[in-house]
Write a protein that binds this ligand. Structure first.
Ligand code: GLU
Length: 326
């Protein structure tokens, strides 16, 4: 009898707890995850900057954005398409290739990929140890060079640059395919001679690479073959590395190369409200946003609508129309 009473009391107590907690559960928070890149790149702090803008208004929107360090652009596209990430930062060339079914997505266009806005410019940056005697891209022949991990955006840029310079990455050099975050350490340890990284400037990776005991030079990624490639591929444009950002490097003037733009993307499956809120907070607090990283100095609101090849997500479009940007 006593046992039965205790049991009933326990069940009643449990029920009260469940019912009691119901109102709290109704004030629901939408959690969104932003895929970025390695922590010594610019995507990682960029994801943080975007998350900060929307998290500042958590009470208004009920959105909690968090950032994940990932292997880069290609990984981010695939994780957004599979629903593992809600947003990601992706090179403009990779956005183009994914939506058109090219490169890693050959014959398999990622139809649900949606553009939100573009962000900072990124340069295909080649850094080499001075003692390896690499003065032009052609000098990479026979050298040990990191071209980028398979999930990265830069891997294909490195291959394109080498191709255009008449070098086959698999035959003419010893290509490593590790993450950009590991490359500066390998260079300083003498385990590689050079590495490519498509990134905004300044980046922690090149600060680390150029501040060590082994002297480092940025190498031009130029030449007639590369000029022809830039003309042939709609997503590449001329660009440069501003070397004053890396006082440890031996260069004395800016280094010419080519580049792309970082873009913010999502899936057609992500709700209009969430995309609208993030877009609005970044654009309405634009001056505060621009202060969050020196690579954003050159940003303009109009420029952030360029370099998008996937359809613009309706949530972003709603804001752009309201703001008179579209
Ligand atoms: N552009 C690189 C990539 O797509 C990432 C650069 C960064 O993390 O800033 O993989």
């Amino acid at each position: 009898m006593k046992k039965a009473f205790l049991l009933t009391a326990a069940v009643l107590f449990a029920l009260t707890c469940t019912l009691g907690s119901a109102p709290a559960a109704q004030a629901k928070t939408t959690f969104v995850t932003i895929g970025t890149g390695g922590i010594t790149g610019v995507y990682y702090p960029t994801g943080g900057a975007i998350a900060k803008m929307v998290n500042n208004k958590r009470k208004e929107y009920g959105i909690r954005a968090t950032v994940e360090s990932t292997g880069g652009s290609v990984f981010n596209v695939n994780a957004i398409m599979s629903g593992d990430l809600d947003f990601g930062i992706v090179q403009s060339d990779r956005q183009y290739q994914a939506i058109h079914g090219l490169a890693e997505w050959e014959g398999d266009p990622q139809k649900d990929l949606r553009a939100v806005f573009s962000i900072h410019p990124e340069s295909v940056t080649l850094a080499a140890a001075v003692d390896a005697d690499i003065k032009t891209i052609k000098d990479l022949k026979g050298k040990r060079v990191n071209i980028g991990n398979p999930g990265s955006g830069q891997r294909q840029n490195s291959i394109d640059a080498l191709d255009a310079a008449g070098l086959d990455y698999a035959e003419d050099l010893m290509a490593e395919q590790v993450k950009a975050a590991e490359a500066p350490g390998l260079l300083q340890d003498g385990r590689i001679d050079a590495f490519f990284y498509t990134v905004g400037h300044p980046s922690g990776a090149f600060k680390e690479a150029s501040a060590g005991r082994r002297k480092v030079r940025f190498v031009e990624v130029t030449g007639p073959g590369i000029d022809g490639m830039i003309k042939a591929k709609p997503f590449y444009a001329k660009s440069y590395v501003p070397v004053e950002l890396y006082p440890g490097a031996v260069n004395e003037s800016d280094v010419m190369t080519f580049g792309v733009k970082a873009t913010f993307v999502t899936s057609a499956k992500v709700s209009e409200d969430v995309v609208y809120a993030i877009t609005k907070e970044v654009f309405e607090n634009f001056e505060d946003f621009k202060k969050l990283h020196p690579a954003y100095q050159v940003l303009t609101k109009e420029g952030m609508l360029e370099g998008l090849s996937a359809p613009i997500h309706p949530g972003a479009m709603k804001y752009f129309k309201e703001a008179g940007l579209k």
